[in-house]
Structure formats: structure tokens, C-alpha cells
Ligand binder design. Structure first.
Ligand code: CA
Length: 501
């Protein structure tokens, strides 16, 4: 399946992850996105990935501690009507505003687990070894598990379904003995077709959904259709897919697309640096979704922490975007890799503009920009990434045409985009170095012969002239990126005026 956002649009597409972990619990995110919608569109953002919008186990939950999928900030549950991000009304009208501005919306689907149950149940369960979840340790016992979800604040609005222990495979807390362990419920097995770490990585946290149970599948399908139609969604970001049966999501996406008649672009979070695992998963789901390019993220992380000794020729080795570009959503950082989080692997500040040039100015993959890089992470004292809006506009207006790579040097790499007919003044030369500065001779094309090119980052102040053979010698300072464009493009970027008439 060829995955695109926005149909057969000729222009480059860009996603933005519109949240970070430590946003304030002020209920203002949905309002903020509505206020900023037009500005985001003008900057080159076409799609927003929004945080989980449903009621979590407490008001300041980021959204991954899901309590009630149908409560988008509408019912008084868990001590609050609104979520961390606002009310349902604000969510729906915010999405309307995004659509008016031509921005599509990906909703975050969290189907692996539920948390904050209303009551406990007495359940027969066996503890399992943490490092070999298929093997039980000790004898079968009775535990008191948090598995009863009745939603007293919502009642039967939108869905009469009530969850109990038969809908889950296991949990990690016995309320009776106040004991943490990995408990597999009697008569259950961990779902197959999950990641093989710890033999079977079905279990992650909370009460683990049993997607082998048809009642669970039917209810999630009912929810999917309701959610897409209620919020007018354009697609999904799928949380924690390596902990959920791949077959489930393959069939789920097909069925929700059928029921809603929508294309529903979807990108899964399969968190693993090993490309082989990602390819295997894409085969299992028969390419019904894209995946985040986690291996590329770790390349950026490694390069940014290697004091200039990373071999830039290997930047794309064993990355998803190099092997399966149509299914790759590239990114630099996210809410899990930011400082303070479990998967913290934050790309260093000096390398960020290089990493963003790499995901934004090349032909392959759909890039996803992190909120914390665009707006900064005030909680961690981290500033917005320098020149990120400029790189976004470069992508939107000028990163077109044939791409030629010059990846033959261990420090300085570069590529050109030779421009196309549909995008006036398009074409650029990108050159970057993780070590000392220097220059690279690259072929921008004979149609530019004699023209002067300017470094739009402002690092190199002298323009360079394209030679008779269509080549130019493009400079870069050490540890930076320079993007060379023609005079007209340079002036448009700096005046922020894109009048092509
Ligand atoms: Ca699971």
C-alpha cells in the first residue's frame, strides 16, 4: 500500500507531533493548536499528530494511561471533565479549525492497556518470569486485579460495553497482597505475534488488552468508527505496536477503513533500533501502516554524541527510510526520547539542525517534527531548534527535483535537489559536517549555470557561482549545515514572502 497524506498532492508533506511530555496541565493545548493553525500551515506543516485525547487515570495524564476511550473531556470521571489538553468541545472545534487551514489530524490510539479501573475483581492468575514471560513461576493463585471498568460517569453513552478481567490477558499488581509481579490470568496466554524480547513482549503495563478475545476486537472496532466520525480524523498514530498482535492491527486498520470509507494514514510506534524487526513487522501487517524510523533516530543520537568522529557515510545504513521509504516516518526526537523520559536519547543541540536538514530536505520518507524542537522544552531549559522554521519552509517551497547524493566523505556529506518545473526557484545544495568545515563540489544542474547561490542559514556570507558544467563548490562550517539556494529563493525565505506570481 502506497501511503500518502493528502492524496496525490504534489507538494512535500510534513507531520508535526503537537505535544511534549511535560506540557502544563492547564487544559489549553486544543485552544493553542486552533490559534496557531494558520501559522503552522504557512510554515509548512500539513498534518498534526495530537496526543491521546481520551480520559486517563488522572487529569494530568499525558494520555497513555487510558481509562475511558469514549471520554474526550466530556464526562466527570477521574475527578475531572476536561483532560490535560482541554474539553471535548475544544478538541472538536480545534480539529475543525485545523481542517479549515488545510491541516490533517492523526489521533493517537492507545490499545495495549487500560489503567485506573473502577473496581477490582478476584481472578485466578499465575505469576510469570519477567525475562521469560511464557514460563510460569510458582503455582496458580488468586489475586485481586484492577480490571473492572464500568465508567459510572459516562454510563452507556456511545457504548454500553463494560470491561472485566475476561477482556485482559494479565496485569502486574495484586491489590490483595499489595504485590507487584507479572500475572497471567487463568485460561489466557500472552498474545502471539508480538515482539520477541523476554520471549513474548505482549505485556507492557496496566491491564493488558486481550486482542484474541472477539468481544474486545468488536468493541475496539466500534470505538474506531465512532472516534473517526466524531472527531473527523484523518489517520492514526498507533502506540506501542510491538506489544500488540501484528495480525490484530493489520485487520483492524482494514476494517476501520472499510467502515468509515476513509484512507486513514497510520504510523506505528515499534520502538526498536533493529531494522530487521521493523521490516519483519511491516511484512506481518502487510504494509497497512508506516513506522517511525527508530534506527535513524539512534543514528542521529550517536552522531551527535561522537565529538565529530561519527562516519557520516553510514548515516542511512540499516535505516527504515533507506530500505522502505514509502513506509518510513522520519523524526529526530519525540516525547519518549526527551530528557527525563524512559527512552531518553535526546539528540544534542549542535546536531539538531543537521538532523532536521536530513529529514526535511531529502526526497525519501515523511518527516515528523517534534513540538519540543519547534517550541523548545522550557521544563528542561532547552531552546527551540535554530532555523527550524526556515528548514520547514525550504522543504515546503524549494526541496524538489532530482536528488544527487555525495556521501563519500566521513565528515562532510551533501546532496543536491535539482529543482522542478512545478515549483519556481526550487533546487538547493545541502552540505553538512559533523567534523571540520570544508567544501563539496556538487552538480546542481546546467539550468543554473552562471547563477549565484546563497547560504540561507546565514553561516556562509559570500555567494558562490554555478560553473559552466553545472557544478558548484558549496561550503560548510565545522559542525553545521549550510543550505544553498538561488537568489530569489533566498530573498523569499528571508522576507518570509512567497509570492510566485
Ligand atoms: Ca499487549
Amino acid at each position: 500500500m502506497y501511503l500518502v497524506i493528502g492524496g496525490d498532492c504534489m507538494d512535500n508533506q510534513t507531520i508535526m507531533q503537537y505535544f511534549e511530555w511535560y506540557l502544563s496541565d492547564n487544559g489549553l493545548l486544543w485552544k493553542k493548536m486552533a490559534t496557531n493553525a494558520q501559522e503552522l500551515k504557512n510554515t509548512g506543516i500539513d498534518t498534526l499528530w495530537l496526543p491521546p485525547a481520551y480520559k486517563g487515570m488522572k487529569r494530568n495524564d499525558v494520555g497513555y494511561g487510558v481509562y475511558d476511550l469514549y471520554d474526550l473531556g466530556e464526562f466527570n470521571q477521574k475527578g475531572t471533565v476536561r483532560t490535560k489538553y482541554g474539553t471535548k468541545e475544544e478538541y472538536i472545534s480545534g480539529i475543525e479549525k485545523l481542517h479549515e487551514c488545510g491541516i490533517k489530524v492523526l489521533a493517537d490510539l492507545v490499545f495495549n492497556h487500560k489503567m485506573g479501573a473502577d473496581e477490582t475483581e478476584v481472578v485466578h492468575a499465575s505469576p510469570c518470569y519477567f525475562h521469560n514471560r511464557e514460563q510460569k513461576c510458582g503455582t496458580k493463585d488468586v489475586i485481586k486485579a484492577w480490571t473492572k471498568f464500568d465508567f459510572p460517569g459516562r454510563g452507556e453513552t456511545y457504548s454500553a460495553f463494560k470491561w472485566n478481567h475476561t477482556h485482559f490477558s494479565g496485569t502486574d499488581w495484586d491489590e490483595e497482597d499489595q504485590k507487584k509481579d507479572l500475572y497471567l490470568f487463568e485460561g489466557k496466554n500472552w498474545n502471539r505475534e508480538t515482539d520477541e524480547e523476554f520471549v513474548n513482549f505482549d505485556y507492557l503495563m496496566g491491564a493488558d488488552l486481550d486482542t484474541d478475545n472477539q468481544e474486545v476486537v468488536d468493541e475496539l472496532l466500534h470505538f474506531g468508527k465512532w472516534y473517526v466520525e466524531t472527531a473527523n480524523l484523518d489517520g492514526f498514530r498507533l502506540d506501542a505496536v510491538k506489544h500488540i498482535s501484528s495480525i490484530f492491527f493489520r485487520d483492524y486498520l482494514r476494517e476501520v477503513r472499510r467502515r468509515t470509507g476513509k484512507e486513514l494514514f497510520s504510523v506505528g510506534e515499534y520502538w526498536h533500533p533493529d531494522l530487521g524487526k521493523l521490516l519483519h513487522y511491516l511484512d506481518d501487517v502487510e504494509n497497512e501502516m508506516a513506522l517511525f524510523d527508530v534506527p535513524l533516530h539512534y543514528k542521529f543520537y550517536e552522531a551527535s554524541n561522537n565529538s565529530g568522529h561519527f562516519d557520516m557515510r553510514n548515516l542511512f545504513t540499516k535505516t527504515l527510510v533507506s530500505e522502505r521509504e514509502k513506509n518510513a516516518v522520519t523524526f529526530v526526537d519525540n516525547h519518549d526520547t526527551q530528557p527525563g523520559q524512559a527512552l531518553c536519547s535526546f539528540v544534542s543541540e549542535w546536531f539538531k539542525p543537521l538532523a532536521y536538514a536530513i529529514i526535511l530536505l531529502r526526497n525519501e520518507g515523511i518527516p515528523c517534527v517534534f513540538y519540543g524542537d519547534y517550541y523548545g522544552l522550557p521544563n528542561c531549559g532547552i531552546r527551540p531548534v535554530e532555523k527550524l522554521p526556515v528548514l520547514l519552509k525550504l522543504r515546503k517551497y524549494f526541496a524538489y527535483g532530482e536528488q544527487k547524493d555525495y556521501f563519500e566523505h566521513e565528515n562532510i556529506i551533501g546532496w543536491v535537489r535539482q529543482g522542478d518545473e512545478e515549483h519556481p526557484y526550487s533546487g538547493m545544495a545541502v552540505v553538512l559536517s559533523d567534523g571540520p568545515g570544508g567544501c563539496k563540489k556538487m552538480e546542481i544542474g546546467k539550468k543554473f549555470v552562471g547563477q549565484w547561490f546563497y547560504d540561507v542559514t546565514g553561516k556562509c556570507t559570500d555567494p558562490i557561482q554555478i560553473q559552466e558544467d553545472g557544478f558548484g563548490e558549496f561550503y560548510v562550517d565545522g559542525g553545521t549545515v549550510s543550505v544553498w539556494v538561488c537568489k530569489e529563493a533566498y530573498e523569499m525565505i528571508w522576507t518570509d514572502c512567497f509570492d510566485f506570481a
